[in-house]
Design a protein around this ligand. Structure first.
Ligand SMILES: CC(C)(COP(=O)(O)OP(=O)(O)OC[C@H]1O[C@@H](n2cnc3c(N)ncnc32)[C@H](O)[C@@H]1OP(=O)(O)O)[C@@H](O)C(=O)NCCC(=O)NCCS
Length: 196
């Protein structure tokens, strides 16, 4: 029997986002520091109803795949991972990730969740290319992507303005062949036996 452990790592798992997560999401969306790392739209709180709509759209599973990141044990939502803008014709997608509370960052959750997200993109959706954009001031995120083998492909120069300063936005991409060769894939004993 094929065993994959596709959505499950050693620290976190990728799950659905449900109605009961909305209060947690609305706390994250009330945190301007979080919003300024995560998105280029104005840092502006969202209601639970607005977030419910966003979650529903994100989970449609045709061109977007939104996951809740949770620890292996317990149901607490600690982050979001989303593949969006999937273009089936070309086998490409964007990916984004967030660990909501500051206390949960820097503990390896983001790295493992992104590895699981890449596994899903390349091994389940059979995509060819995953890309993302990140703001030049987001050092933690840049370290994460570089550490996972994403290639810095280009710069949207002076793309953002915040607090009176302009900042670049950087484009990173990872091709299937690079992911296959990379030492940064999520590896579990079970996965080693699953066919790629
Ligand atoms: C970016 C983010 C997802 C990283 O997740 P995380 O769980 O904090 O990161 P991890 O603990 O898995 O660490 C991943 C790498 O980043 C490095 N890192 C983590 N926090 C860092 C920090 N504050 N400064 C510099 N490097 C940092 C780690 O050392 C690690 O590098 P390594 O693999 O070479 O050891 C998380 O910080 C976050 O959600 N931030 C807010 C939202 C956001 O910025 N989303 C990304 C938008 S592009």
């Amino acid at each position: 029997m094929m065993q994959s452990n596709l959505l499950r790592g050693e620290k976190v798992r990728l799950t659905a986002v449900t109605q009961s997560d909305l209060p947690t999401l609305s706390q994250w969306w009330a945190d301007a520091d979080f919003l300024r790392l995560y998105d280029s739209v104005p840092a502006y709180p969202k209601t639970e109803a607005q977030l419910a709509k966003r979650v529903e759209e994100g989970q449609q599973g045709e061109t977007t795949f939104l996951f809740g990141i949770r620890p292996l044990t317990g149901g607490a939502l600690i982050g979001l991972l989303e593949l969006d803008g999937v273009m089936w014709t070309h086998g490409t997608t964007f990916v984004s990730i967030a660990i909501g509370d500051k206390e949960n960052r820097g503990k390896g959750y983001g790295r493992e969740a992104m590895q699981l997200g890449l596994d899903f993109a390349f091994r389940e959706l059979n995509l060819h290319r995953v890309c993302l954009t990140v703001f030049s001031y987001n050092e933690a995120a840049i370290k994460l992507y570089e550490g996972l083998g994403f290639v810095r492909e280009g710069v949207y120069r002076e793309h953002l303005q915040r607090d009176g300063r302009r900042y670049d936005m950087i484009l990173f991409g990872l091709l299937r062949a690079e992911w296959q060769k990379s030492d940064n894939q999520y590896k579990s004993p079970i996965k080693r036996t699953a066919s790629r």
